[in-house]
Design a binder for this molecule. Sequence first.
Ligand code: CS2
Ligand code: MG
Length: 411
Amino acid sequence: MKIERAEVIVTSPNRNFVTLRLQTDDGLVGLGDATLNGRELAVVAYLKEHVVPLLLGTDASRIEDTWQFLYRGAYWRRGPVTMAAIAAVDMALWDIKGKAANMPVYQLLGGASRDGLMAYGHASGPDLPSLFDSIREHQEMGYRSIRVQTGVPGLRAIYGIAAQSALDGGEERYDHEPARRGAYPTQEDWDTRAYLRHLPTVFEAVRNEFGPSMPLLHDGHHRMTPIQAAKLGKALEPYDLFWLEDCTPAENQEALRLVRQHTTTPLAIGEVFNTIWDFQTLITEQLIDYVRAASTHFGGISPLKKVMDFAAQYQIKSGCHGPTDISPVGFAAQLHVGLAIHNFGIQEYMPHGARTNATFKQSMTFENGMLHPGDNPGLGVELDVDEAGKYPYEQAYLPFNRLADGTIHDW
Ligand code: CS2
Ligand code: MG
């Protein structure tokens, strides 16, 4: 079972995706996601110039050995470009192994530990009435757990709010497909003190309207200092959040000690992390409750399974990153892990657009708020190469933000 062909396919059906397609000499095809939102072509070059030539002729069954060769052999470890490239290879090899065994990947990871994966969706609105509408729409779609993002009085446009990005010339559904294409990122506003004053009043209103039981989540997008995050976590305690996400820029893992000492609001971190080392202090000191790593940016299925097994010893659960910039292939990869591990927590799920779903045919299902990767052999995703060819790459960037005095703030 030797790797005979390796292609890097870039397509932009509703937004940009980078997919590695491996083919073995016995005709098996494996897919891997290498999409790095806003920096896609750097990973394309890394794969095409430095990885594909090393793969041709090698044994497709040696997943762990290939991972170690690409990680250790490069000498320069870690980083989002490197780890997205390695992730694509790892996923494609698991896909091939599943097809060779005629089993879905979750069976190879130990089999199902549950019937399905609880998903959460993104509700947002610039004010309470539109936020409530958005929550109801998500409930109608089947979601039982909902992330709540809201406008802040005095700020014109902030991340995560559908109607505000439309004001800014963007699409109505923020961070959804299609992405905001263009040669320069959109500028948004930020004011942490205004946000800290406003957010608890929003959660109070949501609890009054929707009752105490629905799991509610919120993403702070790395914008607070440790003491601000501690204050917010404490202020949100009466509203019983499922989690507060990315409260600080957690490359400083020790900062979470201070946050943790002050609040019992559960914490989730890690969508921008690349390796298990980024979680070391957070896990061993039990400073978080949920690991947000995405298979695509974390080196693939193999390291995602390892970090979750490590986290399990500390009663920390999974909450994998699942926005639309994770391709259907990367999304399937983490569904297989989530179904197999004991310490699954929740899965973020933003549905892809129609053109993306026509380009990537998926066995995955979403019913009554629960996801399942399906039982097709491998990952359960087929890439329609002709369809992909219709949508060439288009430059697109994430927005960025400045404070009122013009200072650039954290994403
Ligand atoms: C967000 C993402 O899903 C999330 O929690 O933080 O939407 C994030 O902004 C994008 O994936 C960045 O590419
Ligand atoms: Mg996030």
